[in-house]
Design a binder for this molecule. Structure first.
Ligand SMILES: NC(=O)c1ccc[n+]([C@@H]2O[C@H](COP(=O)([O-])OP(=O)(O)OC[C@H]3O[C@@H](n4cnc5c(N)ncnc54)[C@H](OP(=O)(O)O)[C@@H]3O)[C@@H](O)[C@H]2O)c1
Length: 314
């Protein structure tokens, strides 16, 4: 099959389109012919070697977490799927056998069937960013109707799902994003939108039950003044500093939390249900062909992305 591999860590030049053997699925796995995959920042962070000590496979590494496609074979211990089913899902990028490829062998628990109202491209955009938003707001933030939530980086991959999921849980949503994305986040459902170039949210007079920093450029300490007495700050950046804050604030009323994404089948099904109920949509701002993977990653690295970048496999 064709795949994009890296044989060393480095700049975008290490991305190499090549032929590799087709994956051989285990008995609890599906073989999926990939139609589309999404770009996530973890992809180019791994390419740069950021997680090199945690990789479970040596070179060549196939990057990529998210995908959508069609089931082409079903392991003997998989009950719920048939050949031809349309699915979307994700694997951990750390396993080194990712979704930048024509085929992927994937445990059945890492997929759900495609939302009926979505294209392969829209569904491929969801897993990493959508699951992160769901886990952060539902599990760590324990969101409930009427809560005040601030989302920093509300126009990006994680952010644009977070706005919609926070509204799904009945929160009042304040979105922080750049000047060009104010209408975009309001259209997604945000009750207020603020431009980070004009307003520093940590200086606002308002108080929030939950602050979700999807970008990882703010800290719990900076956010303390604008948290409610039992408010929760959540960061997508699981650094030693964030884990230390998480440990220390176990003993304080205001909490700091972070997480490392773990794909759960039930969560994928929950996002599918939200999509089919028209309460979650994917904004795919850019579509690239497989051959332009370097351009797609360059755009992701620019850090000013609206919604998601998706790559189509022709
Ligand atoms: N812990 C985990 O398991 C996990 C899971 C998923 C993602 N992440 C991490 O979360 C981060 C975000 O991921 P993503 O996919 O959402 O990235 P993304 O799609 O590239 O989002 C970038 C967004 O950042 C916004 N932005 C840039 N500068 C900003 C600023 N100063 N203040 C507020 N917003 C700003 C941009 O908005 P404007 O264009 O409006 O400036 C853009 O929408 C990445 O570092 C990723 O690795 C971690």
């Amino acid at each position: 099959m064709k795949a994009i591999v890296i044989r060393q860590y480095g700049a975008r030049e290490v991305l190499e389109p090549t032929e590799v053997p087709d994956p051989e699925p285990d008995e609890d796995e599906l073989l999926v012919r990939i139609h589309a995959f999404a770009i996530n920042p973890i992809d180019w962070k791994i390419r740069k070697g950021v997680a090199r000590w945690f990789m479970r496979k040596k070179f060549p590494i196939i990057l990529g977490q998210d995908f959508s496609g069609e089931v082409v074979s079903v392991g003997s211990k998989v009950g719920d799927y048939e050949i031809g089913d349309r699915v979307f899902g994700a694997v951990s990028a750390l396993r080194g056998e990712g979704s930048y490829a024509e085929y992927i062998a994937v445990p059945a628990k890492n997929v759900a069937t495609l939302p009926a109202n979505m294209s392969f491209e829209e569904a491929a955009a969801i897993p990493t960013a959508g699951l992160s938003a769901l886990i952060a707001l539902r599990d760590l933030g324990r969101l409930q109707t009427g809560m005040d939530v601030l989302i920093n980086g509300a126009a990006g991959g994680v952010g644009h799902y977070a706005v919609q999921i926070a509204k799904f849980f009945g929160a009042y949503v304040t979105a922080i994003c750049g000047p060009d994305n104010q209408d975009f986040v309001t259209d997604l459902g945000a009750d207020e939108a603020w431009d980070y170039k004009q307003v520093d949210y940590t200086k606002k007079p308002d108080r929030y039950n939950v602050i979700f920093d999807t970008i990882g450029n703010r800290t719990f300490r900076e956010s303390i003044p604008v948290l409610q007495p039992k408010g929760i700050f959540i960061s997508t950046m699981p650094s030693p500093y964030q884990y230390l804050q998480m440990f220390l604030t176990r003993f304080t009323p205001k909490k700091s939390k972070t997480f490392l994404l773990h794909v759960e089948e039930d969560d994928l099904w929950e996002l599918k249900k939200m999509a089919e109920a028209d309460q979650l949509r994917s904004h795919v701002e850019h579509l690239f062909p497989f051959e332009q993977i370097a351009e797609a990653q360059a755009l992701s690295e620019s850090a000013h992305l609206r919604g998601k970048i998706v790559v189509q496999i022709g």
